[in-house]
Design a protein around this ligand. Structure first.
Ligand code: FES
Length: 121
């Protein structure tokens, strides 16, 4: 899969940004940041393998501290993708490899989930 590169400064500190997938079958990659620490996850909820963002691009919960899967309300830690509330509690968002150097985050998406496709609507 194609490597993605994004300036760390373009990821909200304490928040997340959803990077679009390469095509309609790719639900995209969620990138989170806490200071200089960056993590990335596939936009693929472990509950029903749907993208988290019912509203396109919106993946943060109202508490401003967790990722939200708007399908059934699961909350995930931004640091490691662990589900802390909801139907997939104890499971994690699939990790995506990310490295940071010279102010840039380089993200290498992994294989796609067979059911991780974005809705067509
Ligand atoms: S699909 Fe994410 S909570 Fe159900």
């Amino acid at each position: 899969m194609t490597e993605l590169t994004i300036p760390v400064a373009e990821i909200p500190d304490g928040g997340a940004r959803l990077l679009a997938g390469s095509d309609s079958a790719d639900p995209g990659t969620i990138v989170t940041r806490s200071g200089s620490r960056v993590a990335a996850f596939r936009n693929d909820c472990p509950h029903a393998h749907l993208p988290l963002d019912l509203i396109p691009g919106r993946v943060m919960a109202r508490d401003g501290r967790h990722l939200l899967c708007a399908n059934h309300g699961a909350l995930f830690r931004t640091s490691d993708g662990l589900c802390v509330r909801g139907p997939c509690r104890g499971r994690r968002l699939p990790r995506v490899a990310v490295t940071v150097a010279d102010g840039l985050a380089r993200i290498t998406p992994g294989p796609r989930s067979p059911r991780g496709a974005r809705r067509s609507s």
